[in-house]
Design a protein around this ligand. Structure first.
Ligand SMILES: Cc1ncc(C[n+]2csc(CCOP(=O)(O)OP(=O)(O)O)c2C)c(N)n1
Length: 371
């Protein structure tokens, strides 16, 4: 396959034709990358101080997420995401407080604390399919959403994302096969960050790339430099146009690197050579895009630093608010499955609440369940 497509090289120099984007859009992309990094830092601190249970580091892969998200039309399109896609939420302006509500699993969390942290579910301001832990399951779901929109003659397309390891799941193969046959309006974005927890790409596949896997399903495969936000934007935009005009799906492999652990429970120094981190640090998507924006006159060192400070402050403030909110009501363990709760569940719920109400410290007077 060809070398990954690039517009900004590793040193931040323009080496290809940049897409025509408004300054406002370029800065929105930049802010989304900065926000993701700041959110990551805050979540790592919150986890290390025992305030939240878990997070998924996103450092290094932010340009892939932002480039993909920016190619969508929020009025019509869906995202069926991977769990390592925080920057897509920041690009589309999903509420920061809502994201922290999920990290703390508090009473305002859309999932009411019934999902792990980072398993965000939102319907505004972009249609965002709730994140699911079992790998690859979002892929056939995305194809189903895409086909449903096609049957209804709607204009929308679906962008679904997943890691390199997820290409070994049944969901990947059945999803691509079906989409190839049906010409479903879907874009498959593989975030090849080179690792599936401790399993490196060399042990994941004997294919010469992940993009080439599309060939088996009659789907075009494209490789892009996943640390180059403009290049990712360009290839995803082309694939979106292709899908919207009835041309069918595209498989995109964004080549990037996970600059941290798999999760806050992982220690990558046990299996990633330190030299690899040094090599990829030089390709950092944030410093690269910042240099490009400064060269193009959209940012200065000062305005870039101001965005970083302002963003870090916003993270602190939103995390504090979310931390201060009560836990979800104990009864929420039973709700939201049936439109009308069946009698046996109602009985179990009442028994559960009355069981815990004996313990003053467990349930407060509003039936909430503070820790
Ligand atoms: C079906 C399934 N198998 C195994 C796991 C355990 N697991 C969680 S994350 C992960 C690695 C996934 O790697 P990849 O798809 O490359 O995404 P990345 O975490 O690198 O972003 C594994 C094996 C799971 N969640 N689901």
């Amino acid at each position: 396959m060809d070398d990954p497509f690039q517009i900004i090289d590793e040193a931040g120099n323009k080496v290809g034709k940049a897409p025509r984007l408004k300054r406002e859009t370029l800065l929105r992309m930049y802010r989304a990358i900065v926000s993701t990094r700041a959110f990551d830092d805050r979540c790592m601190k919150l986890q290390r101080t025992g305030k939240i249970g878990f997070s998924i580091p996103n450092r290094g892969i932010e340009a892939t997420s932002v480039g993909g998200a920016a190619a969508l039309d929020a009025a019509t399109d869906w995202i069926a995401p991977h769990y390592r896609d925080f920057a897509m939420m920041f690009y589309h302006g999903i509420s920061l407080e809502g994201m922290f509500d999920n990290m703390f699993g508090n009473c305002d969390d859309n999932a009411q604390g019934r999902q792990m942290p980072v398993h965000f579910s939102f319907l505004e301001p972009i249609k965002w399919m709730s994140i699911s832990s079992p790998l690859g399951t979002q892929i056939p779901n995305a194809v189903g959403i895409a086909d449903a929109m096609k049957l209804r003659k709607e204009k929308g397309i679906v962008l679904t994302t997943f890691g390199d390891g997820s290409t070994s799941t049944l969901g990947f193969h059945s999803g691509l096969n079906w989409a190839g046959v049906k010409k479903s309006p879907v874009v498959f974005l593989c975030q090849n960050n080179q690792w599936a927890i401790s399993c490196p790409s060399e042990k994941q596949t004997m294919s010469e790339s992940y993009a080439i896997k599309g060939e088996a399903y009659g789907i075009p495969g494209v490789m892009v430099d996943g640390n180059d936000v403009l290049a990712v934007y360009k290839v995803v935009s082309d694939a979106v146009k292709h899908a919207r005009s009835g041309g069918g799906p595209t498989l995109i492999e964004a080549v990037t690197f996970r600059m941290g652990g798999h999760s806050t429970s992982d220690d990558p120094s046990r299996y990633v050579d330190a030299a690899l981190f040094e090599k990829w640090e030089k390709r950092d998507p944030l410093t690269r895009f910042r240099k490009y924006l400064i060269d193009e006159g959209h940012l200065t060192d000062e305005s870039a630093a101001a965005i970083e400070t302002e963003t870090a402050d916003a993270m602190m403030a939103a995390a504090k608010v979310a931390e201060g909110k009560p836990r979800p009501k104990l009864g929420s363990i039973f709700s939201d499955v049936f439109e009308a709760m069946p009698k046996h569940l109602e009985t179990q719920m009442e028994e559960c609440i009355s069981h815990f109400s004996d313990r003053d410290e467990a349930v407060n007077e509003k039936g909430e369940f503070p820790l």
